[in-house]
Design a protein around this ligand. Structure first.
Ligand code: NAD
Length: 264
C-alpha cells in the first residue's frame, strides 16, 4: 500500500502499537515523517529492527492506569513540546455470554477499551488546548455500530467508544481538536484475530463465515488488512480531514450496513 500521507515533524502516540492495527498505524505514521511513540503493555522483539529504523519509541504503558497514560503523554510533551496526534488503539476482546462474564473480565474489557480511551483523551486534550489543537483517532469497531450476539460486553465497550468520540468531537471543535474513530470489521494478521482463530472449533469455518458476513470481503475473498485500517486512521489524523470530527468511519466491507439478502 502506498503511503500518501505527510506528517513531517508532528508527534504521534499510538497505544497498543506493538501488534496488529496499532503497529501498522505506527509504521505508516513514522514513514510519513511523524515522531512516533508506541505505548503498549507488551514488548515484541520482532518489532525491534523496524521500530529502530523508523525512530519509533516504545514505552511500556498499561492504558488502564492513569499514571502510566499521563507519563506517556508527558514524555512526548517534554521532548517535543506538543502532542499533535493520539491514536487510542489498545483493546482486548471478550467472547462470552453475559451470565458467564466475571466482574474481573468486565473490568478488564471496559477499562482497556473505554477507560483507556478516556484517559488518553483526557491527558492529550489538556496539552492540545495549549498548543492550538490536534487530532485524536480512536479504534472502535464494527461492534460499536451494531450489537453482536457473540461478544456483548466487547460491543458495549465499543458502542461507548463511538459515543465518547461524538461527545468529545462536539465539545472540542471550537478548540481545533478533532476526535474521530474507525470501526473495522474482522482484520487478519492481528493478535485479536489470531486468538479468535486459535479458540475456534474449526478456524477455516470461522474465517469463511467472517469473510462471508462482509459483502466486500466476500467479493475479494479475504479479510480486511491492518494497513487498510491504518490508512483510514492516517487520513483522519491528517489535515485532509480538517473538517471531519466526531465521525465513526466503518471499514468493514459493508458488514454493518444492514441485513444482507436472504440466502447470500
Ligand atoms: P492486537 O492484539 O494485535 O493488538 C492490540 C494491542 O493492544 C497489543 O499490542 C496489546 O499488547 C495491546 N494492549 C492490550 N491491552 C493493553 C493495555 N491495557 N495497555 C496497553 N496496551 C494494551 O489486536 P488488534 O486487532 O490490532 O487490536 C487493535 C484495536 O482494534 C483494538 O482496540 C480492537 O478492539 C480493535 N479492533 C480489532 C478488530 C480485529 O478484527 N482484529 C476489529 C475491530 C476492532
Amino acid at each position: 500500500m502506498t503511503n500518501q500521507y505527510h506528517f513531517d515533524g508532528q508527534t504521534a502516540i499510538v497505544t497498543g502499537g506493538c501488534n496488529g492495527i496499532g503497529r501498522a498505524t505506527a509504521i505508516m505514521l513514522a514513514e510519513a515523517g511523524a515522531h512516533v511513540f508506541v505505548g503498549d503493555m507488551k514488548h515484541l522483539e520482532e518489532n525491534k529492527e523496524t521500530f529502530s529504523r523508523l525512530g519509533i519509541v516504545e514505552v511500556m504503558c498499561d492504558v488502564r492506569q492513569e499514571s502510566q497514560v499521563q507519563a506517556l503523554i508527558e514524555q512526548v510533551v517534554d521532548q517535543y513540546g506538543r502532542i499533535n496526534i493520539l491514536v487510542n488503539n489498545a483493546g482486548i476482546g471478550l467472547v462470552k455470554q453475559i451470565h458467564q462474564v466475571t466482574e474481573a473480565e468486565w473490568d478488564a474489557c471496559i477499562d482497556t477499551n473505554l477507560k483507556g480511551t478516556f484517559l488518553g483523551c483526557k491527558h492529550a486534550i489538556k496539552y492540545m488546548l495549549t498548543t492550538g489543537g490536534g487530532s485524536i483517532v480512536n479504534t472502535a469497531s464494527n461492534a460499536g455500530l451494531l450489537p453482536r450476539a457473540h461478544d456483548p460486553v466487547y460491543s458495549i465497550s465499543k458502542h461507548a467508544v463511538v459515543a465518547l468520540t461524538e461527545s468529545l468531537g462536539l465539545c472540542h471543535g471550537k478548540d481545533n481538536i478533532r476526535i474521530n474513530c474507525v470501526c473495522p470489521g474482522p482484520v487478519s494478521e492481528t493478535g485479536m484475530m489470531n486468538d479468535d482463530l486459535d479458540n475456534a472449533a474449526d478456524p477455516d469455518v470461522l474465517t469463511q463465515s467472517m469473510i462471508g458476513a462482509s459483502p466486500i470481503a466476500a467479493a475479494n475473498k479475504r479479510m480486511i488488512r491492518p494497513e487498510e485500517v491504518a490508512s483510514a486512521i492516517c487520513y483522519l489524523a491528517s489535515k485532509d480531514a480538517l473538517m471531519v470530527s466526531g465521525s465513526a468511519l466503518r471499514i468493514d466491507g459493508g458488514k454493518s450496513l444492514g441485513v444482507l439478502p436472504q440466502g447470500k
